[in-house]
Design a protein around this ligand. Structure first.
Ligand SMILES: NC(=O)c1ccc[n+]([C@@H]2O[C@H](COP(=O)([O-])OP(=O)(O)OC[C@H]3O[C@@H](n4cnc5c(N)ncnc54)[C@H](O)[C@@H]3O)[C@@H](O)[C@H]2O)c1
Length: 373
């Protein structure tokens, strides 16, 4: 296990390590024509994360091209035009009509206007990357959000379109290392999974908008959840969400048990997240999405992995997983295969959130089958 850990069998080639894969002397072959991508929504995540991550991929020669963007806000459009020299449309339909896109990244807020974008994109046979949460019309309309998300995913599946949800931690190297270690049996059978996400961004929607990242990580690493029991309080009168502190006890289908604790009332400085998975006399922890530590012997030493800082300023694009997730989406589209994080994965995180709300409100355990059907 020591060697396996040290050789990090985590199946992720950092983007910077591919810088020589394609270059002027070795351009991508014709079957790797750049993916023609359009962005709908040019706000914080588009300008701060996606465009820099795509630039990073392009630097390595990865065949992807952002052809155009669309945003309803004139200020945002002119900023994007100025900074990124992108044609920008006020109406996403016009972009769909004119730009001959292969795929679209939907980076708007997750409400009803996003649903219109998704429907139109599927009608036009565009592959979809959808930022989390897949759809969210508010806590009181979570069932409706889930039902609409299902319709989109089913229509896209019938047309054999790739649909990917933007759960970026799936591509963050430390979480990938943890997954590989678990698959390699490094901690034996997982018995207890503890997940924390506490960050004081009170403007955000606690479960569906923020903790959904860790809800996805829990399902990805520990498998389906059979039932849960949750408690929630709004201790500091958070105005935008029913709860600012939530704790959940979980039973996985595998018979592992676990806990989630989430809040939006702590300082918004890191560290804000932690994962611990306990097996038989061995356990591992992912600290703040930055490092993994494996404790697999009473005598020690523990073994730890943290990514080597690349010689680049793009740490966040790499290690938060943005470059990896966009590359995975483009590769899935090029190969016409399922994305590693699907539309269904986006729906599953919403189902978990719905279970948690129901459990808090009704003061009882809630099973997956009650909500997911
Ligand atoms: N993966 C992550 O870590 C991460 C980080 C931040 C945000 N996000 C997600 O990304 C999404 C966007 O978040 P943000 O912070 O960039 O929001 P934002 O408000 O900064 O940007 C959204 C943009 O979409 C535009 N828009 C809204 N409706 C539109 C429409 N019909 N057509 C075209 N443009 C439209 C708005 O004008 C705005 O510029 C959310 O779902 C959020 O949860 C993910």
């Amino acid at each position: 296990m020591e060697n396996e850990f040290l050789s990090v069998p985590f199946g992720y080639t950092p983007v910077w390590a591919e810088k020589d894969k394609y270059n002027v002397k070795n351009p991508p072959s014709d079957d790797k024509k750049p993916l023609r991508l359009g962005l709908v929504g040019l706000g914080g995540v588009a300008l701060g994360k996606h465009l820099p991550a795509i630039r990073r991929l392009q630097e390595t020669g990865f065949p992807i091209r952002v052809v155009a963007g669309a945003d309803i806000d004139e200020t945002v459009r002119s900023k994007t035009q100025r900074l990124h020299h992108l044609p920008c449309y006020a109406d996403f339909r016009e972009m769909f009509d004119k730009e001959g896109l292969d795929a679209v990244e939907v980076l708007t807020e997750p409400g009803e206007s996003r649903l219109r974008v998704l429907r139109e994109a599927v009608d036009r046979d565009l592959h979809l990357f959808v930022e989390k949460p897949f759809l969210f019309f508010g806590v009181k309309r979570l069932d409706e959000s889930i039902a609409c998300a299902r319709q989109i995913v089913e229509r896209a599946r019938a047309k054999r379109l790739v649909v990917m949800t933007g759960f970026v931690k799936h591509f963050s190297p430390p979480y990938m290392v943890a997954k590989r270690l678990m698959e390699a049996g490094a901690i034996g059978t997982p018995a207890l999974v503890a997940v924390k996400m506490c960050q004081g961004w009170s403007r955000h929607i606690l479960l569906e908008g923020q903790a959904c990242h860790l809800l996805h990580v829990a399902l990805w690493l520990a498998g389906p959840i059979a039932r849960l029991h949750a408690f929630g309080v709004n201790r500091f009168a958070e105005p935008n969400y029913p709860y600012d502190n939530i704790v959940v006890n979980v039973e996985y289908a595998s018979e592992a048990i676990g806990t989630f604790y989430f809040n939006s009332s702590s300082p918004s400085l890191k560290p804000w997240e932690r994962l611990e998975v306990f097996g038989e006399r061995k356990w591992l922890a992912v600290e703040d999405g930055i490092s993994v530590t494996l404790h697999d012997s009473e005598e020690g030493p523990s073994k730890s992995y943290s990514p080597v800082m690349p010689h680049t300023l793009f740490f966040d694009e790499e290690f938060s997983g943005f470059a990896g997730e966009i590359r995975a989406f483009a590769e899935a589209v090029q190969a016409r295969r399922e994305a590693p994080v699907t539309g269904e994965d986006g729906i599953h995180a919403l189902v978990l959130a719905r279970m948690i709300h129901a459990s808090i409100e009704e003061r009882r355990s809630v099973s997956w089958s009650e909500v997911a059907g």
